[in-house]
Design a protein around this ligand. Structure first.
Ligand code: AMP
Length: 221
């Protein structure tokens, strides 16, 4: 029986999902499962999955549904997620992925949050974001400069993500509107969607998220 929460965080790239999901994961003591992080780790390790995903990711495209569904099914069956639940970040990204998630036993979400930040603002944020090549920690361009482009957590190099070029950003945001935005309606129709304003200081956004999630979720015994 699930003891924690099953949560999906939707929102445009650059809406702050990575940071907020990390904090929510500590708050609710459930694993933060980011398909983007899983794919980036596979690229770094040079696995078959990584080789397949790299080109698609660099171009700002979407990895095939079957591959992604297989990854999530395997991850959700591990003991931490099987016991406590999950915070999904980056999955589902298509209606086909949402349907597959719904079909996994006991794995349907309790709450789906749309972390809402307008397109113009996320373009600004993504252009200014940097990431540690080794541990994936996020930095702003200013914070990266202050740290001399060296990660304060692990000593790795802080870099621009390969898919954070202007062309790839626009391609990913277009794909979000065409493929992922329909999920808002999909979950709204099922009475699961809550919209949270993602604009403002990150700690304020976090408070809004927790308040919304706590009032929307069906508690697990
Ligand atoms: P993210 O870090 O969530 O922005 O993901 C980075 C990239 O990984 C995306 O632009 C896609 O190419 C790929 N990706 C991540 N999650 C998925 C998914 N659920 N379905 C398809 N592609 C994905």
């Amino acid at each position: 029986m699930i003891q924690g929460i099953q949560l999906i965080i939707l929102g445009r790239q650059g809406a702050g999902k990575g940071t907020q999901c990390g904090w929510l994961s500590n708050h609710y003591v459930v694993p933060h499962i980011s398909t983007g992080d899983i794919l980036r780790a596979a690229v770094k390790e040079g696995t078959t999955l990584g080789k397949l995903a790299k080109e698609i990711m660099d171009a700002g495209g979407l990895v095939g549904d079957d591959v992604m569904i297989g990854i999530i099914e395997e991850r959700l069956n591990r003991p931490d997620a099987a016991r406590r639940g999950y915070i999904l970040d980056g999955f589902p990204r298509t209606v086909a992925q949402a349907e597959a998630l719904g079909a996994m036993r006991e794995k349907g979400p309790d709450v789906v949050v749309d972390l809402d930040v307008p397109r113009e603002l996320v373009i600004e944020r993504i252009s200014a974001r940097r990431v540690c090549r080794d541990c994936g920690s996020n930095y702003t361009a200013m914070a990266a400069e202050a740290a001399r482009e060296i990660c304060e957590r692990c000593g790795g190099d802080i870099v621009l993500r390969d898919d954070d070029t202007p062309e790839a950003i626009n391609q990913r945001l277009d794909l979000y509107e065409s493929q992922t935005a329909p999920l808002l309606e999909y979950y709204d129709d099922r009475g699961l969607l809550a919209v949270v304003n993602g604009v403002g200081p990150p700690n304020r956004v976090f408070e809004r998220l927790v308040t919304t999630i706590d009032s929307a979720r069906r508690p697990h015994p």
